[in-house]
Design a protein around this ligand. Structure first.
Ligand SMILES: *Cc1c(COP(=O)(O)O)cnc(C)c1O
Length: 340
């Protein structure tokens, strides 16, 4: 039994999802003739109270397309220094859109409205790049699954409106935040111009992300997706997994959150652990005491067939997910308590 806690992307479709996929109605989605993709896009748009939706193969591509829709080359976006769009999308911001990033020194990957306000270049000061977009991440990845306060997001929206800035949400794990805080997807649809919602993280599909947004912005999205190489054909087999996930895999995210809390509580009691970030969703970030090396700790876990992630700077990461069973959980807690 391998216990893979490196990421919530490692899940494989179970019987129910596979059956849904195998029996999907499909067509050529480049002609917009795939009924399963059309249904998924319509359902996600409706869920978020957004006008338009488009299915993408990856979260990175959906974010990159959104950035392209919001900006012109030479402009600048504002994001936290830990943002996925800046750190983990291969430099796509500059490669695809010719845009630079103003990095904010936020808290656990989250930025405030006043930080956004301070980071806007004066539009009439032609020496500096024109600020045109703010990118938010919820939950934060590098920030350890931390969740924004909706009130702060509304304040950020006000700043964006006052300064004519677009507002994009990288919602790779947005459903985790919504479940953890008992929120509604429309709360987010009301605030953001575009939102990417990933299906291959906590929702457990093999791939796929839906980008939702306002019609005015989204009308060019299909062209940008084509340019990025993301026009897919009979992709209804995958969209069917997404439809299955909407029906079956949202509420259960609470189980992942509960297990993550129990792991955090267990780690907190261990002498070899120096500190932990607060666990809010399905990500646990912790640091070892100085006399323990991360490499040795990870290797010792590997000998027990347990995989976790090293995020650098002493940061170790555990992510719970659909394929992390109760039996694995019991075993993992035992290994953690008896380590040393
Ligand atoms: C996983 C993730 C994405 C999407 O990554 P892909 O590898 O392209 O699926 C985007 N943003 C965040 C915060 C993520 O964690």
């Amino acid at each position: 039994m391998i216990i893979d806690l490196r990421s919530d992307t490692v899940t494989k479709p179970g019987d129910g999802m596979l059956t849904a996929m195998m029996s999907a109605e499909t067509g050529d989605d480049v002609y917009k003739e795939d009924p399963s993709v059309n249904e998924l896009e319509a359902r996600v748009a409706q869920m978020f109270g957004m006008e338009a939706a488009l299915f993408f193969p990856t979260g990175s591509m959906a974010n990159q397309a959104a950035i392209k829709l919001h900006t012109q080359p030479g402009e600048q976006l504002v994001c936290d220094k830990w943002a996925h769009v800046y750190n983990y999308e291969g430099g796509g911001v500059s490669f695809n859109s010719g845009v630079s990033c103003k990095l904010i020194d936020g808290h656990r990957g989250m930025i405030t409205a006043s930080q956004v306000l301070e980071s806007i270049n004066p539009p009439d000061f032609y020496h500096s790049p024109l600020t045109s977009l703010v990118c938010i991440e919820n939950t934060t990845n590098k920030g350890g699954g931390a969740c924004y306060d909706l009130e702060e997001l509304k304040k950020i929206k006000k700043v964006c409106d006052a300064h004519d800035l677009g507002l994009h949400l990288d919602g790779a794990r947005l459903m985790n935040a919504i479940v953890a805080n008992n929120e509604n997807p429309e709360d987010y649809g009301n605030i953001f111009d575009t939102i990417s919602i990933c299906f291959s993280k906590g929702l457990g599909t093999p791939l796929g992300t839906v980008l939702v947004g306002k019609n005015t912005l989204m009308q060019n999205a299909i062209r940008v997706r084509k340019v990025l190489g993301g026009g897919m054909r009979q992709v209804g087999y995958i969209a069917a997994a997404g439809l299955y996930a909407l029906d079956n895999n949202i509420k259960r995210l609470a189980d992942d959150h509960q297990k993550a809390l129990e792991i955090a509580a267990c780690l907190e009691q261990q002498e070899y652990v120096k500190s932990l970030e607060k666990t809010e969703t399905n990500i646990v970030i912790f640091y070892l005491n100085d006399e323990h090396s991360e490499e040795k700790f990870m290797n010792d876990l590997l000998k027990e067939n347990i995989k976790i992630s090293n995020m650098g700077h002493g940061k170790l990461r555990i992510v719970t997910h659909l394929d992390y069973t109760d039996a694995m959980h019991t075993r993992f807690l035992n290994v953690l308590s008896s380590y040393l």
